[in-house]
Ligand binder design. Sequence first.
Ligand code: ADP
Ligand code: MG
Length: 238
Amino acid sequence: MSGVSLERIVKRYGALEVVHGIDLEIAPKEFVVLVGPSGCGKSTTLRMIAGLEEISGGTCRIGDRVVNRVAPKDRDVAMVFQNYALYPHLSVADNIAFGLRIRRTPKAEIASSVEEVAGILGLTPYLDRRPADLSGGQRQRVAMGRAIVRHPEVFLFDEPLSNLDAKLRTQMRAEIKRLHKRLGVTSVYVTHDQVEAMTLADRIVVMRDGRIEQIGTPMELFNDPVNTFVAGFIGSPP
Ligand code: ADP
Ligand code: MG
């Protein structure tokens, strides 16, 4: 399993710099959550790791490999979004298999992988259904299944639960945690929800205005925030 290393990462849109030289070492199998207010650069940072945004400066490594110029599909990362786009005309099984098909994986291997992933996510009874006939939580599981099935080195999550209602969010949070325990895949998870951060993270990265304010375990940030911004963000009631 690979870790992720960001060294002085910068993102500029034209003359506008939105990420100002971030340093972050994520260990193999670690679950790191990026939190901070809207517009602070969480998604941009995640998308640079995914290769969906060009890196303006600094170095991004996945494992030992510098990936600054590596295409997203060759990075061995899988991303789960808030607006998980499932293919409406495909069954659950075919949605999960999609990423394997385009990589020309052998048929028998696809079938056994889909079966395994469906088992892990509790989707076995629904494999023949279309997305329209699933609940919101089941759809989110299919989206995660699509990510898991490729056995990526790194999972990237961008506010994957923010479209779900509170009850389902709590349930899916537990599910993501269970999944991480089971698969142990290095994970970078973006949210603006501090409860999500506190419950999921091995370490939390608090961001503000394109910079990191503090990195620490949930308890470290809770007990020993470096400033009132971190204290307000982590300590404020859900
Ligand atoms: P977050 O995910 O923390 O809400 P983002 O990473 O999406 O924040 O955005 C960080 C900053 O970069 C914001 O000020 C946003 O307006 C700006 N930004 C994001 N994408 C673009 C873009 N394509 N062009 C110009 N500015 C952008
Ligand atoms: Mg965002």
